[in-house]
Design a protein around this ligand. Structure first.
Ligand code: FES
Ligand code: FES
Length: 155
């Protein structure tokens, strides 16, 4: 494992594009994506790993970008909600009204996308468990579940 003590220039691959950024050793991936790459899909919510609003994929695995250091993300494929434009799950969120204020939505779409990538037809318990990492203050989760179920039913 490399140890950084000073600002470091690194290359991050986000949604298939390379971005050269100078980061502090303790800077989170969330902060770098939002402030330096200027993609605002991942949201700062709790910033301590509880809410999932900041969820992105790293090499296909969902992670909470507020809990990850940017310096650890070189040579990894990062996907934000911006990279999931026009996917079935994004369209299902719109169709089934899986949002109200929308603050949690990008995190839920990324998490749901990874669920549906991993499982062809996940059962109810699996969906519930998978989405339990993310919090929503508005919807009561019903629209979110309808969106996920729409994609499952279409398979
Ligand atoms: S902002 Fe990252 S988990 Fe809440
Ligand atoms: S839609 Fe408002 S927090 Fe989820």
């Amino acid at each position: 494992m490399k140890t950084y003590t000073n600002n470091q220039e690194i290359t991050l691959k986000v949604n298939g594009e390379d971005y050269n950024v100078v980061v502090k050793p303790n800077e989170t991936l969330l902060n770098v994506i939002r402030e330096k790459i200027e993609m605002t899909g991942p949201k700062p919510g709790c910033e301590n790993g509880d809410c999932g609003a900041c969820t992105v994929l790293v090499n296909g695995t969902p992670i909470k970008s507020c809990m990850s250091l940017a310096v650890d993300m070189e040579n990894k494929a990062i996907t934000t909600v911006e990279g999931l434009k026009d996917t079935e799950i994004q369209e299902a969120f719109i169709d089934k009204e899986g949002y109200q204020c929308g603050y949690c939505t990008s995190g839920f779409i990324v998490k749901a996308y990874s669920l549906l990538d991993k499982y062809e037809k996940p059962d109810e318990d699996t969906v519930e468990e998978w989405l339990s990492s993310n919090l929503c203050r508005c919807t009561g989760y019903e629209g979110i579940e309808r969106a996920v179920n729409k994609v499952i039913e279409n398979r």
